[in-house]
Design a protein around this ligand. Structure first.
Ligand code: B16
Ligand code: MG
Length: 213
C-alpha cells in the first residue's frame, strides 16, 4: 500500500458544516452592523480557526473591539453554530463518504481526523462516527491553526506514524498548505483540487480508494 493512514479534514470533507459556519457568521456579522459579509469572505474562513475567522469579519467593521468583546462575539457565533449542529444526524453523512470510509478501513488503512474545529467530537457524535476513527486531532489540542501543520502532525503522532506514511484530505487552501508544510501528501476536494501543490486533485472522495492502495 502507498500509505498506511489517511487523515481527513472534517468540515468540507467528511461533512458540509461549512454551510452552517456561513449562516452563523452571517447572523453574527449582521448583529454587529456588517451587512456585506459574503460567500467570498466565507471562503477565506475555510479551515482557519474560530478567532481568525472572526477577524475576517471584523476587518469589515469600523468599530474597535477589545479582546474580551472578541471572545464574547466568537462565543455568540459558536452558540448559533452549535444549535445548527444539533439538528444533524447520521443521515447527514453522504453515501459516498460512508462507503469510502468503510472501503478504506476494510483494506487495512488507519483513518484519522485532523480538524481545526473545537466542535469535532460533537460533530462526529451527531454523524454516528463517535467511535469510528483510529485517532482524532482537533482544535482543542493545538496552539497554531492551519496553515501551520500542528493538527496533522498531532494526528500522525496519535497514529504512531510518520507524515510520509499518511495522506491528508482537505477542502481548504490553508489545509493543503498545512499538510505540505508538515511533510504529508495532500488530496484536495472541491476548490482544493485546483490549488498548486495539491498532490492528488479529487473529483470524488471515492477516488481515494484507488490512490491509497
Ligand atoms: P470551530 P476544518 C474548520 O474546520 C472550519 O473549516 C473553519 O471554518 C472553522 O473556523 C474552524 O474549523 C474552527 O471551527 O469554530 O467549530 O472551532 O475544516 O478544519 O474541519
Ligand atoms: Mg475543511
Amino acid at each position: 500500500m502507498k500509505y498506511r493512514a489517511i487523515i481527513f479534514d472534517l468540515d468540507g470533507v467528511i461533512c458540509s458544516t461549512d454551510e452552517y459556519h456561513y449562516a452563523a457568521w452571517k447572523q453574527l456579522a449582521k448583529a454587529i452592523g456588517v451587512t456585506d459579509f459574503s460567500r467570498a469572505d466565507s471562503e477565506l474562513q475555510r479551515g482557519v480557526s474560530r478567532m481568525e475567522s472572526l477577524e475576517i469579519i471584523l476587518r469589515k467593521s469600523d468599530r474597535h473591539f477589545t479582546d474580551e468583546e472578541k471572545v464574547a462575539l466568537a462565543e455568540q457565533k459558536n452558540q448559533i453554530y452549535k444549535s445548527m449542529l444539533a439538528t444533524m444526524s447520521p443521515k447527514d453523512l453522504s453515501e459516498s463518504v460512508r462507503s469510502t470510509l468503510n472501503a478504506l478501513k476494510e483494506r487495512g488503512l488507519k483513518l484519522a481526523i485532523g480538524s481545526s474545529s473545537k466542535n469535532t467530537s460533537f460533530i462526529l457524535e451527531r454523524l454516528g462516527l463517535g467511535d469510528f476513527f483510529d485517532a482524532v486531532a482537533d482544535g482543542n489540542m493545538i496552539s497554531r491553526g492551519k496553515p501551520d501543520p500542528e493538527v496533522f502532525l498531532k494526528a500522525a503522532e496519535l497514529l504512531h506514524l510518520e507524515p510520509r506514511e499518511c495522506l491528508v484530505v482537505e477542502d481548504a487552501h490553508a489545509g493543503i498548505q498545512a499538510a505540505l508544510a508538515g511533510g504529508f501528501d495532500a488530496a484536495g476536494v472541491g476548490g482544493a483540487a485546483s490549488y498548486s501543490g495539491t498532490t492528488y486533485p479529487l473529483t470524488s472522495i471515492s477516488d481515494l480508494v484507488a490512490i491509497a492502495l
